[in-house]
Design a binder for this molecule. Structure first.
Ligand code: NAG
Ligand code: NAG
Length: 185
C-alpha cells in the first residue's frame, strides 16, 4: 500500500519542480533614484521555453501595466511608457527620465508556456534633487525682491505725484485768494 504513497509523493515533487522551473535572479530590490535619473530593474529570467514577461506598477490605489514582451517574439509597451521604458530579453527593464510619481512598487510576472508563473517585486524611491530646490528658492527670492522694488518705486512715484498736486493746487488757489482780496478792497 505504501509504495502508492511513495509514487504519489514522487509525482507531487516532480510536479512541484516543474511548476518551480522558472528561475528569477535579481540584484537590489529596493532602489533610490533622483528625479530625471534612469533606473535599471535588473533581473535574469530562466525557464523552459520562451517566457512571457509582464511589468506592472503599483502605488497606493494606482495600478497600471507598463509592458509585456516575449524575447524574440513581441514587445508591447503601453502608450504611457512607450518613450521611457526599454525591454531586455533577460526580463530587465530600463525606465528613464524618472518623475516623483514613479515612486512605488514594480512587479515582474514571468509566465511559462505551460501556464505557471512567478512574480518578483521591486521598490523604487524617487528623491527630488536638492540643487533644484535651491534654484527654485533663489528664483522665488529674486521674484519677491523685484516685486518689493517695484512697490517701493510706485510709492515713491505716488509721493512725488502727491507733492506735485499739492504744490499745483496751492499755486492755483493763491491767485484766487489775491482776486478775492482785491475784490474786497
Ligand atoms: C540583463 O540584460 C541587460 C542588457 O543586456 C544587462 O545590462 C543586465 O546586466 C542583465 N541583467 C542580469 C541580471 O544579468
Ligand atoms: C498591447 O497592449 C495593449 C494594452 O494592454 C493591447 O490592447 C494590445 O492589443 C497589445 N498589442 C499587442 C500587439 O499585443
Amino acid at each position: 500500500m505504501w509504495w502508492l504513497w511513495g509514487v504519489i509523493g514522487l509525482a507531487l515533487s516532480v510536479w512541484y519542480i516543474e511548476a518551480g522551473a522558472i528561475s528569477i535572479q535579481c540584484g537590489q530590490r529596493t532602489l533610490t533614484r533622483a528625479v530625471q535619473d534612469d533606473v535599471h530593474f535588473s533581473v535574469a529570467v530562466e525557464c523552459n521555453g520562451a517566457p512571457t514577461l509582464r511589468w506592472s506598477f503599483m502605488s497606493g490605489s494606482v495600478s497600471r501595466d507598463i509592458g509585456t514582451w516575449q524575447p524574440g517574439n513581441f514587445t508591447n509597451i503601453t502608450a504611457d511608457y512607450s518613450d521611457r521604458a526599454q525591454a531586455f530579453a533577460n526580463g530587465s527593464m530600463l525606465l528613464s527620465n524618472l518623475r516623483v510619481q514613479d515612486a512605488g512598487f514594480y512587479v515582474l510576472t514571468v509566465t511559462e508556456g505551460g501556464g505557471s508563473s512567478r512574480d518578483v517585486g521591486f521598490v523604487l524611491k524617487v528623491t527630488e534633487v536638492l540643487y533644484e530646490d535651491l534654484q527654485y528658492l533663489s528664483v522665488s527670492a529674486l521674484a519677491l525682491g523685484c516685486v518689493a522694488a517695484l512697490l517701493m518705486f510706485c510709492m515713491w512715484l505716488l509721493d512725488r505725484l502727491y507733492h506735485r498736486v499739492r504744490a499745483w493746487r496751492c499755486r492755483k488757489r493763491m491767485p484766487e485768494a489775491d482776486e478775492t482780496e482785491l475784490q474786497m478792497l
